[in-house]
Design a protein around this ligand. Structure first.
Ligand SMILES: Cc1cc2nc3c(=O)[nH]c(=O)nc-3n(C[C@H](O)[C@H](O)[C@H](O)COP(=O)(O)OP(=O)(O)OC[C@H]3O[C@@H](n4cnc5c(N)ncnc54)[C@H](O)[C@@H]3O)c2cc1C
Length: 458
């Protein structure tokens, strides 16, 4: 193929959405993907497939979704989430576009965020379940659509650097040589699998974070774009969940089940038995706070029998911790009294922490708007050792509303775009707001392609 109009770095949902939209609009497109097999692993392929924005139905009026976005983000003016509204505006379009591409959806359950689940949905069990499931089917569909539009997906092609000519990004370099293009889109999925970047931005102990994704987010796009003058934003937050520590040795315990909904109504404590985060802000926030501890080892979710019967058995999102966690071999500590549980966990401060919690005294403060706390009153008392599971980095390249990559002076770098988990400015901030990785991938991918089409392919 002669030099394409657009080179896309990474063939996940963001890259393939942009590639299809651009090809549909008349641009010639080359997607360079590091993975070597046709069903190359990426976060998009192994995702749960729940398409939502801020846990809202994609067909709700934008104003209603915007209200939920604002609630999640909590406070305005934070650069980490300055573009969050974009997702509310684009929710309807994202769903409609995916359906027009042949994406199929089912209702996955009663909660609103399960209204649009990529079909067929994953099964209600722990561990990975991706082959032939909705996200995998959708990626294969988008790959076929791209080929039908004359676009090319080249596997086994890791992009190593950008080519810059006269201040404009003019192509990329791979091990095979230089590739020229009028536009380059970075869609490489983030930096969560780059220990050095994780240490710098997210956790003093990257090796203690459980990598809850496909493993390909090495921050290549971030590095090459920053070399070309790009700015980064919101780097200090990630999307992830609380997992059982036993996930490190047991593949049935990741990416699901998570400890989130249990911890949100009980207690998350460090190795000494002290609280350190606001459980009421939910699992993504708690995972971030756990990752930030100087020593995350030994942290645990501590709860009573009522939590275990009611909250851990909640099967809104599969599979329920009770019974799937112990059934899959995860260890649940159990004792007739809090004092005995504290001994078993070697947590000197635990009894005092539980007493304060039961008396409604919380330091650090605990919000109740999303997840009201319940006391630990009914024996037996239990605990599960926890790990912060990191799925993708929320921060990344600074972009504008057209997904154009910005430099340190907030000026677009000509020819350079970013989408999906490679882009920052939509999620994160003080509350580690998670608005939906799949929707973010499609919305930013489509906006990037629109902007290139508006600029013209030549
Ligand atoms: C277990 C799990 C469950 C999830 N569930 C949901 C869910 O239910 N709902 C939701 O909204 N979100 C979910 N997510 C998040 C969602 O999957 C991601 O936010 C989204 O798929 C990101 O898409 P992307 O295209 O930006 O990145 P990716 O899908 O990660 O794609 C990036 C691609 O770039 C390639 N690449 C990387 N570096 C290079 C390079 N140098 N050269 C060439 N190629 C490169 C990678 O190989 C990869 O194929 C989940 C994620 C996981 C892991």
């Amino acid at each position: 193929m002669s030099a394409p109009d657009l080179i896309v770095v990474g063939g996940g949902l963001a890259g393939l959405s942009a590639a299809n939209r651009a090809a549909e609009g008349g641009l010639s497109v080359l997607v360079l993907e590091r993975g070597e097999e046709p069903d190359y692993f990426c976060n998009s392929r192994i995702a749960g497939g729940l398409l939502h924005v801020a846990f809202r139905d994609m067909t709700r009026p934008a104003a209603e979704i915007r209200a939920s976005v604002a609630e999640s983000v909590g406070g305005d003016g934070d650069p980490a989430t300055a573009l969050a509204d974009l997702l509310a505006e684009d929710a309807g379009r994202v769903l409609a576009w995916l359906r027009a591409e042949g994406g199929a959806f089912v209702r996955g359950g009663a909660p609103e965020f399960m209204r649009w689940v990529m079909a067929p949905p994953r099964r209600r069990r722990g561990g990975l379940d991706w082959k032939g499931r909705g996200p995998d089917v959708l990626l294969r569909r988008l790959t076929r659509n791209l080929a039908a539009r004359g676009g090319v997906l080249r596997l086994g092609s890791a992009v190593e650097a950008l080519a810059v000519e006269g201040g404009r990004v003019a192509g990329v370099r791979t091990a095979a040589g230089a590739e020229a293009a009028r536009f380059v889109l970075i869609a490489d999925g983030g930096f969560q699998d780059n220990p050095e970047l994780v240490r710098r931005h997210l956790s003093p102990q990257p090796e203690r974070l459980f990598r809850r994704g496909a493993g390909g987010g090495r921050g290549d796009g971030l590095a090459m774009a920053m070399e070309a003058g790009a700015a980064a934003v919101g780097m200090d937050r990630f999307y992830g969940h609380l997992l059982g520590l036993d996930a490190f040795g047991n593949e049935k315990l990741w990416p699901y089940p998570t400890l989130d909904s249990l911890a949100a109504v009980s207690l998350l404590v460090d190795g000494a038995g002290r609280r350190f985060s606001d459980e009421g802000l939910g699992g993504v926030f708690m995972a971030n706070e756990l990752a930030r501890l100087a020593d995350p080892a030994g942290a645990a979710v501590v709860f009573d029998d009522r939590h275990w019967r009611e909250d851990a058995a909640d099967n809104r999102y599969p599979p329920a911790l009770n019974p799937s966690f112990p059934a899959a071999g995860g260890r649940v500590f159990e004792a007739p009294t809090v004092e005995r549980l504290a001994e078993a966990l070697a947590m000197p401060a635990l009894a005092e922490t539980v007493a304060a919690h039961n008396a409604g005294r919380h330091e650090p403060a605990r919000t109740a708007a999303r997840f009201p706390a319940k006391p630990l009153a009914e024996p037996p008392f239990r605990a599960i050792r926890a790990a912060a599971g990191i799925t993708y980095s929320m921060g990344g390249l600074a972009i504008d509303r057209a997904a154009r990559v910005l430099d340190g002076g907030a000026r677009p770098i000509p020819g350079l775009y970013a989408a999906g988990s490679a882009a920052g400015g939509l999620e994160g901030g003080p509350r580690a707001a998670y608005l939906g990785g799949l929707a973010k991938a499609v919305a930013t991918g489509l906006r990037a392609a629109d902007a290139m089409l508006a600029e013209g392919g030549e």
